[in-house]
Design a protein around this ligand. Structure first.
Ligand code: NAP
Length: 289
């Protein structure tokens, strides 16, 4: 890529940003799709979020990604927020408009697109979410949006799961979601085959010998197991699922598709699943997993 006076800039606002794979992804996509764009990390302190968003617009940036801890903090400084990002309460992508940036959440559409590529559609399916943190909450919103048949949120701390379930039920106006303690999985009917999404930090590098639930009879209740962790590439949760004959996927697909959707929003193009597959391999290699 030759950078010149027409080069557009995008970047990542967060703290820390040193660990990011987004520059690799977006600069690769720019090269592959022949778009004169460069992507760089921007380390932004919590008390500088407003200045960063306004400054990025003033500097004519095409767009930005936003990562922890600023995904909610940027919202007051945007001219518009996409309805899904509003429901999730977190923005990870800023797209330039005439008078400022519009905020989107591409994490959950990213997970959904990764699932679709794997031939998994939550519509009409019984789903389990393991965990009740920020990502689990967003997953619950996505599953409700995609018309899951039921959503069961299992967490170590019951109250956090109950809070998300109540929000989802209020949002949808029906008893779609319920909360359970992790140990209560044994009460799940054995004749159902659930889509499970592992959204806790358990099993993440370096604690690779842990899984959120280790009993085989849990995995026997699943049709597919998604671990949102991407390091290691095969978590113990995934190993246990596979041992019990269940298809298992890691979080690389979500990571790659959230980036792709941001890139598509900035450049108004479509990135194919074949290109996404190449990118997944590239990121997997870079992660060394
Ligand atoms: P978070 O808000 O910190 O939530 C952590 C969750 O893990 C909580 O439900 C917590 O339960 C549970 N947990 C932590 N330690 C536990 C333990 N020892 N035993 C049982 N439960 C435990 O985290 P988050 O931001 O939602 O992130 C969740 C996961 O998503 C992370 O693994 C992250 O790597 C992954 N992620 C993936 C992508 C991607 O692109 N693939 C993007 C973002 C995040 P309590 O409520 O009981 O504390």
């Amino acid at each position: 890529m030759v950078y010149n006076g027409h080069t557009r800039t995008c970047g990542l606002i967060g703290n820390p940003v040193e660990h990011t794979y987004s520059p690799l992804m977006h600069n690769y996509l720019a090269e592959e799709t022949n778009i004169n764009m460069v992507y760089v990390p921007f380390l932004v302190d919590a008390d500088k979020v407003e200045e960063a968003v306004k400054g990025a617009f003033a500097l004519n940036l095409l767009g930005c990604n936003v990562t922890v801890p600023h995904k909610s903090a940027v919202i007051p400084y945007l001219v518009d927020v996409d309805p899904l990002a509003k429901r999730i309460g977190a923005v990870n992508t800023l797209v330039r408009q005439e008078n400022g940036f519009k905020g989107y959440n591409t994490d959950m559409p990213g997970l959904y697109r990764a699932m679709c590529k794997d031939g998994v559609d939550p519509k009409g399916q019984d789903c389990l979410i393991l965990g009740a943190g920020g990502v689990a909450r967003a997953v619950a919103v996505m599953l409700a949006d995609k018309e899951a048949q039921s959503i069961c949120i299992l967490n170590r701390t019951y109250e956090r799961a109950a809070e998300i379930a109540a929000e989802i039920n209020e949002m949808t106006g029906r008893e779609l979601a319920k909360a359970m303690l992790l140990s209560e999985y044994i009460n799940l009917p054995e004749d159902k085959k659930y889509i499970a999404i592992q959204a806790t930090t358990v099993g993440m590098h370096p604690n690779v010998d842990n899984a959120i639930i280790e009993a085989d009879d849990f995995y026997k209740r699943l049709q597919v197991a998604y671990d949102l962790i991407y390091r290691p590439g095969e978590t113990l949760f995934m190993k246990l699922a596979r041992k019990n004959g269940v298809k298992a996927c890691n979080g690389v697909g979500m990571l790659v598709y959230q980036g792709i959707i941001s890139y598509e929003l900035w450049n108004n193009i479509h990135v194919s699943d074949e290109e996404a597959e190449i990118l997944c391999r590239l990121i997997t290699e870079a992660l060394g997993v």
